[in-house]
Design a protein. Structure first.
Length: 215
């Protein structure tokens, strides 16, 4: 695997995929692990993912994709729809603490209670502030970033997609009443030989434009 700086220099958003090249089942399972293992504030993990690779799955999701992004889906090997929880109820928050205990995260009951209380307090704070949906969406974007760069480390190309009808996606996925909302989508595969974006120089603002030292 390449080092992370080299990946950051070389990774780009793929515009056209080679539809004949497919991600292996083994590699796709690794991509899913990048998502599952992504960090989140207070380990709240407020996300859910829908995946697809067959033509049937693509046809199912395409009604929420505008014309200009349809090739990104149709030509890709796989796609992942990223959803964020819009409700963090007591049962869900308790399930996180139960899982952490099973995984051996708590050296004592006191620490377990403190972490559980802190997570619930933090989640309720965002609920009271009225920005819970925005907060959980931000966490979901952390997972998306892990997927984009994890894929690049394996030589797999990707396209993050916000150009979609989110309400339609929610309808298609039956999210109403489930306490979840679609926030983004990622298509994955291998770039087409004529993908012009592959040869365009990367352009980012200079260090002077984005950094200030407080030392």
């Amino acid at each position: 695997m390449k080092d992370f700086l080299q990946i950051s220099k070389e990774r780009y958003t793929t515009k056209h995929y080679d539809a004949t090249k497919k991600i292996s089942d083994k590699d796709f399972e690794t991509l899913l692990e990048f998502l599952r293992l992504a960090p989140s504030a207070v380990n709240v993990q407020p996300w859910y993912f829908y995946t697809g690779s067959t033509q049937k799955a693509k046809d199912f999701i395409l009604p929420c994709i505008p014309d200009f992004n349809i090739p990104r889906v149709e030509e890709s090997s796989h796609f992942v729809v990223i959803c964020a929880r819009t409700l963090l109820n007591e049962d869900f928050l308790n399930s996180l603490t139960v899982k952490e205990e099973l995984d051996g995260r708590f050296p004592s009951e006191k620490i377990k209670e403190a972490i559980d209380s802190h997570r619930k307090s933090f989640s309720n704070m965002h609920k009271d502030l009225g920005d819970l949906k925005e907060w959980t969406a931000k966490q979901a974007y952390i997972a998306m970033t892990a997927l984009l760069y994890g894929a690049a480390s394996m030589g797999i190309d990707s396209t993050p997609i916000e150009g979609m009808d989110f309400d339609k996606a929610d309808e298609i996925l039956g999210l109403k009443g489930k306490g979840m909302k679609t926030v983004a989508m990622v298509t994955l595969g291998y770039r087409a030989p004529d993908d012009s974006n592959a040869t365009r120089p990367k352009s980012r603002l200079s260090k002077a434009q984005v950094f200030s030292s407080l030392d």
